[in-house]
Ligand binder design. Structure first.
Ligand code: PMP
Length: 356
C-alpha cells in the first residue's frame, strides 16, 4: 500500500521543517539551532504521575505572568512556541479559504504550519536590507480580506534585527480583521523591544514566547502565548487537553523562580559578550562580505557560495545554518567562547581554501 496516497494531496508535497542534527560527524559543534550552549541541572521527584497534569500549570502560569507583566489568565502554556504558532493558525484560519501573511526572510515554521493547516500563504518579498517591509504588509492586508493571521518575528530570525514598535503598531492598525502574532522567541536578548504592553489595547494581538532560548530549555518544549482573555479562550477551544506534562511544568516553574530569572539574565550577558567576539572576528575574515547587527543569540553574515561554505564547515564538525535566501547569507548561533573560537578558526580555513 502506498501510504503517501492516503495523505491529502496538499500534504503529500509538503517539505517538512529540517532539523539538520542527523548524520553529523562525532564531536560536532552545534551552532545551527540558536540553543543555549550549556545545560542547567534539574533534579526532581514525581509521585503523582498516575494523574493527568493541570490543564494549565497554575504556578508556572502565575510566575510567567508576573515576569512578562500580564495577568495569569492572559497566558496559555503550549508545547513549545511551535505549537503556539500552529494553534493560532488552526484556531483562526478556515482551511482552503483563509490566508497567513508574513514578510521574508523569517522563521520557516509560519509557512510550514500554515500549509499543514490548509491555509494559503502570502509572503511579502525581502527588502534589499532584509529589514521588515511594513508598507508591504499593510498593503497586503488592505487588498486581501482573507488574511486571518499575520506573523511578525521580533527580533527576527534569521536576520537578528528588531522590528520597531511603530512598525508593529502600523500592522496592528492595518489588521482590523486579523490576528497579529508577534513572535518574541528571542526577546530576552533585547527585553526593551517587547510590545507585550500593547496586549491591553489590541484584542487581536498574540505574543508568542518560549523557554527554548535564553532560559536554556529547548529540550523541555515549553512555550507561551500571551493575549487578552478572549483570544486565549478561543485558543483553548482548539488546544489538545493537558498540553503540558507535569515534569515540564515543574521545571518551567523552577526556571521562572527569582533565582531562575537571575540565572537567565546572566546567560544573556554571557551570550552578548560572546556575540561581540563573534561579530568582531567575523568582520576581520577576508571573504566575509558583511555581518548583520544582531539583538539575539545568533549572527547572520554574507559570503560568496554559502552552500559550499556551509557544507565544508559541516564536514569539519561545525554545524551552522544556511537560511536559504538569495542574499548569500549564513547564520551561526552564539555558543560558548570556545565554540565561537573554533568556528572562527574553521571558517577562516574554509574561506582560505575557497580563495586558493
Ligand atoms: N520562533 C522562532 C522565531 C524560532 O526561531 C523558534 C525556534 N528556533 C521558535 C519559534 C520555536 O521555539 P520552540 O522551541 O519554543 O518551539
Amino acid at each position: 500500500m502506498d501510504i503517501r496516497s492516503l495523505m491529502p494531496s496538499f500534504l503529500r508535497t509538503l517539505i517538512p521543517y529540517e532539523s539538520p542534527n542527523e548524520g553529523a560527524p562525532e564531536g560536532t559543534v552545534w551552532l545551527n539551532t540558536n540553543e543555549y550552549p550549556t545545560a542547567t541541572k534539574y533534579e526532581m521527584r514525581f509521585e503523582t504521575l498516575n494523574r493527568y497534569p493541570q490543564v494549565q500549570p497554575a504556578l508556572f502560569r502565575s510566575r510567567y505572568a508576573q515576569y512578562a507583566g500580564v495577568k495569569p489568565e492572559e497566558v496559555l502554556v503550549t508545547r513549545g512556541a511551535d505549537e503556539g504558532i500552529e494553534l493560532i493558525i488552526r484556531t483562526f484560519c478556515t482551511p482552503f479559504k483563509d490566508t497567513v501573511l508574513y514578510a521574508l526572510p523569517t522563521y520557516s515554521m509560519y509557512g510550514i504550519s500554515a500549509k499543514t493547516c490548509g491555509a494559503n500563504v502570502l509572503t511579502v518579498e525581502a527588502k534589499k536590507s532584509l529589514g521588515l517591509d511594513t508598507l508591504g504588509l499593510c498593503k497586503a492586508l488592505a487588498q486581501n480580506p482573507d488574511i486571518k493571521v499575520v506573523f511578525l518575528c521580533n527580533p527576527n530570525n534569521p536576520t537578528g534585527n528588531t522590528v520597531s514598535r511603530d512598525a508593529i503598531i502600523r500592522v496592528l492598525e492595518a489588521a482590523k480583521d486579523a490576528i497579529v502574532a508577534v513572535d518574541e522567541a528571542y526577546i530576552e536578548f533585547c527585553p526593551q523591544a517587547t510590545i507585550v504592553d500593547l496586549i491591553e489595547k489590541y484584542p487581536n494581538l498574540a505574543v508568542i514566547r518560549t523557554l527554548s532560548k535564553a532560559f536554556a530549555l529547548a529540550g523541555l518544549r515549553c512555550g507561551m502565548i500571551l493575549a487578552q482573555e478572549n483570544l486565549i479562550a478561543a485558543l483553548r477551544k482548539v488546544i489538545a487537553p493537558y498540553p503540558v506534562p507535569e515534569p515540564v511544568a515543574a521545571i518551567a516553574a523552577h526556571a521562572l523562580s527569582e533565582g531562575g530569572i537571575a540565572a537567565m539574565r546572566q546567560r544573556v550577558e554571557l551570550i552578548r559578550g560572546n556575540r561581540t567576539y563573534l561579530k568582531e572576528s567575523l568582520a576581520k575574515i577576508p571573504g566575509v562580505r558583511s555581518v548583520y547587527p544582531s539583538q539575539t543569540n545568533f549572527v547572520l553574515f554574507e559570503v560568496d557560495e554559502p552552500e559550499r561554505i556551509y557544507k565544508s564547515l559541516w564536514e569539519k564538525g561545525v554545524a551552522i545554518r544556511e537560511p536559504g535566501s538569495d542574499k548569500g547569507v549564513l547564520r551561526v548561533s552564539v555558543g560558548t567562547i570556545g565554540e565561537c573560537k573554533l568556528f572562527i578558526n574553521k571558517l577562516t580555513q574554509v574561506l582560505q581554501e575557497a580563495g586558493s
